[in-house]
Design a protein around this ligand. Sequence first.
Ligand SMILES: [Mg+2]
Length: 261
Amino acid sequence: MTIASADLRERLTAVCASPYLLLCSDYDGTLAPIAASPDAALLGADSATLLTALAHSPNVRVAIISGRPLHDLQRHSRLEPPVLLVGSHGAESSRHAAAALTDTQASDLTRLREHVAAMCAGVTGSWVEHKPLGVAIHVRQADPRAADALLSALQHGPAMWPGVYATPGKAVMDLSISARNKGHAIEQLRSEWGTEPTVLYLGDDVTDEAAFRVLGPTDVGVKVGTGASCASHRVTSEADVPALLAFVHACRVAGSVESRR
Ligand SMILES: [Mg+2]
């Protein structure tokens, strides 16, 4: 499989020619197909091999930035250092543990969990995922009208509480007591490296827009699938992502051979 867009191939070639490359990607719907249950969303062998090879390449860093809790992302992706895993929309990573909760945050979180559990109790097919800093309410398996009603009630209820940050996604609502988003995660990765890396970001969901928004004119954002996006480029589905990773890997390998001549 190849990358259909000549414009995207050209931009990726330019990104790969930069001295430092920071490759960041979302997980679900980008590297792994969206599954009825989050437990079934597994990373393909090709992508795992390419991400690992890229992370070992000179002057390349690879980070997977997901809304999943870190431990869950580690378990499902099975990716290991030097691939960096960032969970909870940037609030915890394999390099930095999440900050300890203040007393106020701890009581906000308890109240949020209890309230959301009561709201979901009557909606068959909905379920609540507990995260270190919040909850995610999943409605993929609920009746569509009941799902919409629940998401709307959440949006007009706990999502409006002070100190609660709502991130709507595909058939999911994430409510967190942390204001961190994927854009913050990219800014932190950029500044921690101490270079000025060019960033390539891949993502499929509304939550990835925060990442696309922090990209500069020499960076490249690739929206995976349909839906409005401020990303500069787009591919049809997550089935196109292994070819994109293979293209980037081949460009970096060719570039490092060239630079040794
Ligand atoms: Mg996603």
